[in-house]
Each structure stands twice: as structure tokens, then as C-alpha cells.
Design a protein around this ligand. Structure first.
Ligand code: GCW
Length: 679
């Protein structure tokens, strides 16, 4: 049948005959005793997945016979309890053990966990091993999530438009909910559960208070009921002015007792609909959203009011630190730190401050956000953007895992060398127990979910890295390709190669050397470094690149905006000197002369020409590598990617030519003759 990508990485087609024979001998029957809703899901997935891959059903058994696959938790399965697996003692929540063991002379394969979610994740991991052709003969694997709240953020509006969504309309069909449950909800839940995502914020951070009215809460309940058996909790965005807009109050001042009471009552009501409701995500006093500052209060006042309302029910508040205002004269990238750093220690224990990976806004490349490492008393939740707002949207192939890893591996030096962003995020640096990560979803109602087939890889990579940030970009790509396309070594190697170079390629053809935010105004898609007419200067490309006859780049050292002061001295020292500054961030921190020699020996202008051309060349390479896969990939998915790569190649060329021609009006130097000369 036509391959439309709907099945994502959950393709359980018959596997290669040799492997099938081996696995069939190793899995002769299944012992699965648990019967909670989540374990029932796990069981269904296991039976279906095995049947699909092995080509025949594997029977259930009550006995501990040779070759049985034993699944469950000690609480739900006497057999699992009797195995007394030592690994379970130290295994945290949601973790699982996959092990091969022998009891009474019989070889057993075991998927065990301490809780239902762990069983579900263990089953999906086991299926993944089979899908990717791994050896399951001597399993000895223990895995537990390093982050607790692994959450997708949907910027979905109640009219089904999706802010920064490029894959169709929202998959939430509010109009027909709660009565009509689109089968897609279940498929969405499966996909998330298979990669360990355990929460979803259904609504846009630019929030509509209506979602908190009974009419919508009924619909939210219906979705939560579908997701619960997959271990997924629902969260909502809270519009700060809701007490006024739907509550009839005169104010939303967080210190007003009536306002506080309104939120308490509202929260109680939400929990009546959704007893395991996760909590609220809030964007306040940012880009026109209402917030506590409208009443002379600060972000902690606002967050704590909501935190107190959800606390009795075990809920949390994810309070976003993406704040800046055009009226503030301060460099936009400094404003979040300025607002939040002084509030460290002032938040309730059930508040996570949610911080974007970089201090500007989901650019192809940014240095890590200076709040990481700067708020030791506050758990920080990482926010990545899967929907590729500034990354070519659903047209460009960009595998984002290398971007995520670059941020996570960055050293904040907060507590000396090795204080990586990953350690801030997973709580280990400061001993936080509440941890989390958010990915702004790239999902819509397109048949393949993400618009570009390779957008699926970013959803996948987000889940896998949320589970275990030590996984590598290459390893995750290998898993995804194996499940999505093929496990043939040549396919794995070629597709992986395309994926692993794609992010750097994009940085090169869009914003090399630390440039940022030179995309077209509003839509953020194509190049417009010349744009100087937006209603706000903090949205203007010219404000960010600061090209002039002397050079290019934003001076953020002490002689400029001094954004560097927000980083730990060790980090600052590396970056404040152009000679030691990582050239990937050079123009982010420095205004560099056009003729300044860089590490390559080329001067800035030549290096810019080199990078933009390198980006376009990478695209040619990606195209020809993909072309070589024609015989290996089904025609529909092959053509889909091939056509999009064609568009991407044209647009990379457009980016290169537009940016070089524009910057040349300042550098006044020729584009070296070895490069194509744009008309
Ligand atoms: O990236 C910017 C987007 C806005 C978005 C905002 C945010 C939801 O251009 O569309 O609003 O960030 O993260 O709040």
C-alpha cells in the first residue's frame, strides 16, 4: 500500500527471515499477568508488535516454561516477584529491566519494572530491539528516565490553527469532542509512549481562557481518558487574566485573595474532570500576554499563586522564562536573566521555570541560555522547539538532535568544570528532585504527522533524549532509521549521514558564525537580513546582525551590551576574547571587522562566503546521497523526501545569495572567484 508515513517509527512489519526464526525460538510464549489499564496497553502492544514482526501470534502461557517472555512488575505478577530481580531494587520510577535469566533450568526473557509505566516502556524498548534487529539472547539492560516530566507543548489554538505549526491543523478536533474520539488520539498516545513521553500540554502558551470553562474541560477529559492508559498526563496552559475573562473578577492580581480563591476553585474543578491532571504551563508578560507584572507583581508571585492552587492535588506549574519587551532598552537576550535571576529561591517547590535552550528564540544556533547554572535553587525545565519555526519549517530536513546535544553538553561552570546544562536539567547539579523537559510539538493533522517525514525524527529524538540525555545523535538516528526505513547497513549509514550533517548545513546556509534572527519578519522563513521595518526593533534583523562598513556582529562584551556578564566567569573568559571565542558563536558576541583574519586564515568576509557556500554544497551532497537510496526506499516516501530536498537546495541557494549580496553592500569586497557569483 501507499506509504504515507502515518505509522511513524511504529512499523511492525515482518522482519527478515533469519532473524524471525531466531526470535521465534527465543520467544515461545508470553507470561503477562498485570491487568491495570497501562499494563493492558503494554500487553496489546507486545502481542500486536510480535505478531506483526514474527508473522504469527505468540501465545500466552501461565507457566514458567523454557523460552517464555515474562513481563510485569512484582506487584502485578507473582512470577516476576518470584524472580527477585536485584536490579529492581535501585530502579527508579518508570524504569525497566530487560534481562535473560535461567530458573529451574529454563531460560526466560524478562521485562520487569516496579510500576505500570515501567512495564509499558520496557515493552516498547523490547519491541524496538527486535525492530532494529538486535541480539536478545543475553539481555542485561537497566534503563530509567533521567527526567521526570517529559512533555510535549502544543501551540494549538481552540480554532485548530497551530501557532508555528507547519503540518496542517491541530489534531485536537475540539468541535467534535468529547463525543467523537478520533482514532488518531490513540495513535498519538502510542507514539509518545513508545519513546517515553509522559505528558502533553494541549493548548497554546498564547492561551485562551475558554479552555478552562466546563464546555472545554469535558473535551479535555475525553482526551485525558484516551491518553491515561499510555501513561500520558494532560496539562493545560493558563491564561493569566482568566479570572477577569471568564471569572467576572475585576482583577487578576496574584496577591488579591479573591483571585487566589478563583484559581483554587478553578483548579479543583479541573481535577474533577481530570483527576491526574498534570498542572499548568504559563507564558506571562511576554509578547503581549497578561501576567503578574500588569499588577506590579513579579513572576514568582504569579507562579506561586498557581502553584498553591495545584499543590493539594499534586500538580505542578511550568512557568516560562521566555520574556522580553521592546520597551525595555536592554539587549533582548539579557532580559530573561534580568527578570528571573533575582527570583531564585522564591518559587514554590512545585514550580519549574521553563527556559528555552538559548536566550533569543530557537535560532538555528545559539549559545546556551545563561539562566542554566544561574538559578541553583530553582528546578529549570528545558524547552526545545521541534516545530522548525526558524529552521526551514516543514520544508527543510534538519535533524535537531545535534542542536539539543550541543546545548546539553555545554559547560555552565556553575559549580566548576563539568557543570553541564544536562546536569542542571536533570537536577543532579543541585540535587533537585523535580525535573522536566518540554518540546514544542511539530505535530499536525497531515497524514505523516509532521509535514516533513524527517520531522518525525525530531519528535523521536526529543523523546529519547528526554529519557536519556546521554544517548548520542548518531545512536538515536540509527534507531529511528532502523524503525522507519530499514536496518540494512547501507541505508542506515547513508540516511544517518544525511541526518547528522543536516543541522550544520542549515546553520551554514542561514546563519553561520553566530548570526541570528535574519529571517523574514513575522513568518521567520526565508532570508531578510535587510529588513528594518518591523513594528518593534527587537524583532528586526538589522538589530541582530549590526552590519556596517566596519564589520558584522553584535558586540555583547563589556564594551557592548555586556550580555556576557550573565555567564559564569570561566565561560565569559572564553567567549569575550574573539581570539578564543568559539567561532560558532563569534558574531553573537562580537562585532568583527570585515578584514579580521579568523582561525581558518580567511578573513571574516571570506569566511562568510566560505560558510554560505559550504551550506549549499552540503545540500547537494544530501541530495545525491538520498538519490542513491531509490531502490531501498518505497517510492512514496522516497519521492516525498527527494522533492523537499530539491526545494531546500533552491532555498539554501537563495539564503546564500541573498545574505552575501546584502552583506557585501557593507563589506565592499568581491565574492571570491571560486564561488558561484550570484546575479
Ligand atoms: O518563537 C516565538 C514565536 C511565537 C511564540 C513565542 C513563544 C507562542 O514566534 O509565535 O509564541 O516564540 O515561545 O512564546
Amino acid at each position: 500500500h501507499a506509504e504515507d508515513g502515518y505509522r511513524l517509527w511504529l512499523r511492525f512489519d515482518p522482519i527478515e527471515a533469519g532473524l524471525r526464526t531466531r526470535y521465534t525460538q527465543q520467544i515461545k510464549g508470553i507470561h503477562f499477568a498485570g491487568n491495570s489499564a497501562v499494563q493492558q496497553t503494554a500487553k496489546t502492544e507486545l502481542l500486536q508488535g510480535l505478531q506483526g514482526m514474527l508473522g504469527k501470534a505468540v501465545g500466552e502461557t501461565k507457566n514458567m516454561a523454557e523460552g517464555v517472555l515474562v513481563v510485569g512488575s512484582p506487584q502485578s505478577s507473582e512470577l516476576v516477584a518470584s524472580l527477585q530481580l536485584p536490579q529492581l531494587k535501585t530502579l527508579g520510577k518508570e524504569g525497566f529491566v530487560l534481562t535473560t535469566t535461567t530458573r529451574q533450568g529454563r531460560r526466560l526473557t524478562v521485562i520487569a519494572a516496579n510500576d505500570d509505566a515501567g512495564v509499558l516502556y520496557g515493552v516498547f524498548h523490547f519491541l524496538r530491539l527486535l525492530q532494529t534487529g538486535q541480539d536478545i539472547d543475553k539481555l542485561d539492560l537497566v534503563s530509567a528516565p533521567r527526567l521526570q516530566r517529559r512533555v510535549l507543548n502544543h501551540w494549538d489554538n481552540l480554532d485548530r490553527t497551530v501557532e508555528r505549526g507547519y503540518a496542517g491543523f491541530s489534531i485536537w478536533d475540539w468541535h467534535r469532542l468529547p463525543g467523537y474520539l478520533d482514532p488518531r488520539y490513540k495513535d498519538y498516545a502510542r507514539a509518545n509512549a513508545s519513546i517515553g513521553i509522559n505528558g502533553t500540554v494541549l493548548t497554546n502558551v498564547n492561551a485562551n481562557a475558554m479552555i478552562l470553562t466546563p464546555m472545554y474541560l469535558e473535551k479535555v477529559r475525553a482526551l485525558a481518558d484516551v491518553f491515561r492508559p499510555y501513561g500520558i498526563r494532560v496539562y493545560l496552559t493558563a491564561r493569566f487574566s482568566a479570572p477577569v475573562e471568564i471569572g467576572g473578577l475585576k482583577t487578576a492580581d496574584p496577591l488579591d485573595p479573591q483571585v487566589q480563591q478563583w484559581w483554587k476553585d478553578k483548579t479543583k474543578e479541573v481535577y474533577q474532570y481530570v483527576p491526574d491532571f498534570g498542572g499548568f504551563l504559563v507564558k506571562a508578560n511576554s509578547e503581549g500576554q497578561p501576567g503578574p507584572q500588569n499588577y506590579g507583581r513579579n513572576h514568582a508571585d504569579g507562579a506561586n499563586m498557581l502553584a498553591d492552587a495545584v499543590a493539594p492535588f499534586g500538580g505542578i506549574v511550568m512557568w516560562r522564562a521566555f520574556v522580553y519587551s521592546n520597551e525595555t532598552p536592554e539587549d533582548r537576550v539579557k532580559q530573561a536573566y534580568t527578570d528571573f535571576k533575582p527570583l531564585d529561591g522564591k518559587f514554590r517547590p512545585n514550580v519549574l521555570v521553563q527556559v528555552k535552550n538559548g536566550p533569543l528564540d530557537f535560532q538555528p544556533r545559539e549559545p546556551f541560555h545563561p539562566l542554566f547554572g544561574a538559578m541553583p535553587q530553582t528546578p529549570l525545565m528545558m524547552e526545545y522547539q521541534l516545530t522548525q519555526e526558524y529552521l526551514g519549517q516543514a520544508t527543510h530536513l534538519v535533524y535537531e538532535a545535534p542542536l539539543f546535544k550541543e546545548i546539553q553538553n555545554a559547560d555552565t561552570w556553575a559549580k566548576g568544570k563539568g557543570s553541564t546544562v544536562a546536569k542542571v536539567m536533570d537536577g543532579s547539579l543541585e540535587g533537585h528532585t523535580l525535573t522536566g523537559i518540554a518540546g514544542v510539538a511539530n505535530i499536525g493533522n497531515d497524514r505523516n504527522w509532521t509535514g516533513h517525514l524527517f520531522g518525525q525524527a525530531n519528535w523521536y529524538a526529543f523523546g529519547r533524549l528526554a529519557w536519556d540525555h546521554t544517548l548520542t545523535s548518531s545512536g538515536i538516528a540509527t534507531e529511528w532509521i532502523g524503525q522507519t526505513f530499514s536496518t540494512k547497513p547501507a541505508v542506515l549509514a547513508t540516511v544517518r549521514n544525511i541526518m547528522l550533517q543536516s543541522h550544520e548545513a542549515m546553520v551554514n546556509y542561514m546563519t553561520p558564525l553566530g548570526l541570528a534572527h535574519i529571517m523574514g519578519y513575522g513568518h521567520h522563513y526565508g532570508p531578510a537580513p535587510w529588513w528594518d521595518k518591523a513594528p518593534r526593533q527587537d524583532w528586526l534583523p538589522v538589530y541582530f546582525h549590526k552590519a556596517d562598513n566596519m564589520g558584522l556582529g553584535f558586540n555583547r562584551t563589556a564594551t557592548g551590551s555586556n550580555a556576557l556578564e550573565q555567564y559564569h566567569p570561566e565561560v565569559r573568559r572564553q567567549w569575550e576574547n574573539p581570539a578564543t571565542c568559539d567561532e560558532r558563536y563569534l558574531l553573537w558576541f562580537h562585532h568583527v571587522g570585515w578584514k579580521q583574519p579568523l582561525r581558518s586564515g580567511r578573513n571574516l568576509w571570506e569566511e562568510l562566503c566560505f560558510k554560505y557556500n559550504e551550506g549549499v554544497d552540503s545540500l547537494h551532497g544530501m541530495q545525491s546521497q538520498w538519490a542513491g537510496l531509490q531502490k531501498e526506499i518505497d517510492p512514496d516516501r522516497f519521492a516525498h523526501v527527494q522533492m523537499l530536498l530539491g526545494v531546500q537546495e533552491q532555498e539554501a541557494t537563495w539564503w546564500r545569495d541573498a545574505c552575501l549580496l546584502y552583506f557585501q553592500t557593507f563589506s565592499k569586497m568581491p565574492i571570491p572567484a571560486r564561488y558561484p557569483q550570484p546575479a
